[in-house]
Design a binder for this molecule. Sequence first.
Ligand SMILES: Nc1ncnc2c1ncn2[C@@H]1O[C@H](COP(=O)(O)OP(=O)(O)OP(=O)(O)O)[C@@H](O)[C@H]1O
Length: 231
Amino acid sequence: MSLLSMRDVDAYYGRAQILDRVTMHVDRGDCVAVLGRNGVGKTTLINSLLGIATVRAGSVEMDGKPCLKIRNFDAAHRGISIVPQGRRIIGALTVQENLVLGAASRRKGPWTLSAVYDLFPVLRERADTSGTALSGGQQQMLAIGRALMANPELLILDEPSEGLAPVIVDQLIDMLNALAKSGTSILLVEQNIAFVRDVVKRYYVLSKGRVIEEGPMDGVPIEKLRQHIAV
Ligand SMILES: Nc1ncnc2c1ncn2[C@@H]1O[C@H](COP(=O)(O)OP(=O)(O)OP(=O)(O)O)[C@@H](O)[C@H]1O
């Protein structure tokens, strides 16, 4: 059974239909990318899990159980952690306080404050700093660390490489590969093909709200992927 499964999902904002019969899945231990140009519906796919976009047809299941209109907190309870586009670090809180927020669901697992600090030592050094005083790369580490604090089975990252220097993107690749190896399932929404190719096993391409292509990442020519993506 898939960990996350979407079947024939139509999703809307108000009357505007954004997703059109989207079918995709993430298995346990899977690492999957959703690719596509700006505005094709990638974030909406995540939002349709959270009830931010309205699902009017089709089904969304987590572990075989319906998974619709769950808020972020319920999602964390059910083992889904999301690293949102733009990171949404809370500047009024310190780095450590931002991380502790991530553990609010009290799910048990390997990720504790000290485990996150071991993964990202710079966060330990800056534990008492305001979360938004960090550099872009450090804020992305903080957003990922905060998501891991919920001990997710499925980690969803929305354009994590956006705005990061190439050297930081390389660190992100190593970190996501290590996470995938440790058994965390990963769903990556991205436009950076080089980044995606070094991380995921399978991919889906969205265009105008539809899945127009899918398959294993291994051996796919980069030109074939590039034609689907703006940059
Ligand atoms: N809250 C909203 N209300 C109405 N329309 C929205 C809302 N959020 C997004 N849209 C529209 O839905 C479409 C899909 O947006 P979405 O954010 O899912 O695209 P995306 O593929 O993630 O693009 P990007 O890479 O730019 O984030 C776009 O046309 C966008 O303008």
